[in-house]
Design a protein around this ligand. Structure first.
Ligand code: PGA
Length: 247
């Protein structure tokens, strides 16, 4: 079936030195893990350091963002070619913080996902509702809009979805395994509309206050195929425990 995928989203944390210290502890700690795909997404400035250290290991490297134009006068932006060149195999697209603080719309995110897929990158595409949207019964409408808009004309190869309810990100409030499963099942149904049988091959990660203490329970749900981990991925021993959730 689907191989679990556990990804670390470091957001705007860790200098090069901190990245090196983390990976020197983490790489040997998880070297025997073969049944989980492990991905680490440092900030742009630490990608080179990480890429050198991750060569020949079982850990994949992801960027947290990318621009959709191939090159040009786009001050401050980074292209798919640049992140591939530095050693990334993955890129996170559509994180709620990008949507909320940087004005990234479904249309922009669709362009980014298209460019990333065309370049051969695996895309971790994030979706999820706010607390207000959940409380007013709009959860499924939001998920539908974000999937239909963001994944328009995108095939399912190397596509990973991350369902991250915004109210659970960095708040310590985790969705219950039942809430996660309910949303993931809805996402899976939508993916079936888009990709027919191939929907069963797409990993749907849960994200939002994952910790060593709750990962096992969340992973026990049939449509939860992994996790996108923020805060609890910043310490090597904590992220190691999450990656080894089934040991
Ligand atoms: P969190 O973040 O684990 O700190 O809640 C998850 C994310 O934003 O990807």
């Amino acid at each position: 079936m689907r191989k679990p995928c556990i990804a670390a989203n470091w957001k705007m944390y860790k200098t090069m030195g901190e990245t090196e210290a983390f990976l020197k502890a983490f790489i040997p700690a998880v070297s025997s893990v073969g049944d989980v795909d492990i991905v680490v997404a440092p900030p742009f400035t630490s990608l080179y350091t990480a890429s050198q250290l991750l060569k020949g290991t079982n850990i994949k490297l992801s960027a947290q963002n990318v621009y959709y134009e191939a090159e040009g006068a786009y001050t401050g932006e980074v292209s798919t070619k640049m992140i591939l060149d530095i050693g990334c195999t993955h890129v996170i697209i559509g994180h709620s913080e990008r949507r909320q603080y940087f004005g990234e719309t479904d249309e922009i995110l669709n362009k980014k996902a298209k460019a990333a897929k065309a370049a051969g990158l695996s895309v971790i595409f994030c979706i999820g509702e706010s607390l207000e949207e959940r409380n007013t019964g709009k959860t499924f409408d939001i998920i539908k809009r974000e999937i239909e808009g963001g994944l328009k004309d995108i095939d399912s190869d190397n596509l990973v979805i991350a369902y991250e309810p915004i109210w659970a990100i960095g708040t310590g409030i985790t969705a219950t395994p039942e809430q996660a499963q309910e949303a993931h099942a809805y996402v899976r149904d939508m993916l079936r509309n888009l990709y027919a049988n191939k929907a069963d091959e797409i990993r749907i990660l849960y994200g939002g206050s994952i910790k060593p203490e709750n990962i096992k329970e969340i992973m026990s749900k049939p449509d939860v195929d992994g996790g996108l981990v923020g805060g609890a991925s910043l310490k090597a021993d904590s992220f190691e425990k999450i990656v080894k959730f089934n040991k």
